[in-house]
Design a binder for this molecule. Structure first.
Ligand code: SF4
Length: 308
């Protein structure tokens, strides 16, 4: 069973893999940039930004030494701007503590700012070709559906899912396997509309078997009901008016200013919300304090600006 899961997915990947720029390199710095960008942003939005970012900051050293405002500006369109600041801090730590070379051990990677278990695993696997298991949203979803299914009453923990993910990796083929399972999650086993009828793992999948059993219809005719049963809601966009949305508006407003220019708080308030009034001042102050704490802006006597 394990062998045929591996063979079926690897065969599918050999035929359907997208040609993505970060799959053509083993440069650990480029992989790190790609993985941080991909954490919460879709592939088609990442591709042009990935090229632009590496053109502007081609090495760990150039990123470490760049003005933070430039790094935040280049991050425009990717969202979650804090990642830009953390990526630069990671580059600075690599220069300071690792001689400018991205470390290859999970422990050393985890010690870098903004590098969590997923990104550390992805860098170890995709840059250094280690057989490491890790869970991003795609892998977590595929592993859960494939190995656990909907019948387990208690939701599986991440360590259970990680154990399943680890067991699935064909020895010596971690790079291809992890790319393949992520690709399946992105293209076939999606959150809201898994295309089970064309999934190479259908015959091994617990979620699919449960969906078919529940509908009591043969597999070839159950695509739609099975999909509904397997699907789950998902949204990665900030709600208009949410805190994350306003954080993005503040940074977008500051990005548009010439380098070093500070904007008075009241003017910033008017630019991020048309209904801005003195009543909103405590709210705005809290918002910019949080952004300053995250390293995304600087509060000065003249107002707020991007970090130099
Ligand atoms: S059969 Fe369906 S639920 Fe199972 S892994 Fe494939 S797409 Fe996902």
């Amino acid at each position: 069973m394990l062998e045929s899961i591996r063979a079926d997915l690897l065969q599918w990947f050999a035929n359907h893999a997208r040609d993505l720029p970060w799959r053509r390199t083993r440069d650990p710095y480029a992989i790190m940039v790609a993985e941080v960008m991909l954490q919460q942003t879709q592939v088609d939005r990442v591709i042009p930004k990935y090229h632009a970012f590496l053109a502007a900051f081609p090495t760990v050293e150039t990123l470490a030494a760049a003005p933070t405002a430039e790094v935040i500006r280049l991050w425009a369109g990717l969202g979650y701007n804090r990642r830009a600041v953390n990526l630069q801090r990671a580059a600075q730590a690599i220069v300071a503590h690792h001689g400018g070379r991205v470390p290859d051990s999970i422990a050393a990677l985890r010690s870098l700012p903004g590098i969590g278990p997923y990104t550390a695993g992805a860098i170890a696997c995709f840059a250094f070709e280690q057989d490491v298991a890790f869970l991003d949203t795609n892998i977590r979803r595929v592993v859960r559906r494939l190995c656990v299914g909907p019948d387990q009453l208690v939701a599986p923990t991440d360590s259970e899912l990680l154990a399943h993910a680890e067991a699935l990796i064909p020895p010596g083929q971690g790079w291809t396997w992890n790319q393949a399972i992520m690709e399946l999650g992105a293209l076939i086993c999606t959150a809201t509309g898994p295309a089970c009828w064309r999934c190479p793992l259908r015959q091994h999948c617990r979620a699919y078997a449960a969906a078919v059993a529940a509908d009591e219809v043969l597999a070839t005719t159950v695509a739609a009901p099975a999909l509904k049963r397997v699907a789950e809601p998902r949204s990665n966009e900030p709600f208009i008016g949410s805190r994350r949305w306003y954080r993005g508006r503040v940074i977008a407003t500051l990005r548009a200013l010439p380098t070093g220019t500070a904007l008075p708080l009241s003017e910033l308030g008017r630019q991020v919300r048309p209904d801005f009034s003195p009543n909103h001042e405590p709210w705005l102050q809290q918002l910019v304090s949080d952004l300053a704490r995250d390293g995304l802006l600087v509060i000065t006597e003249q107002g707020v600006r991007l970090p130099e």
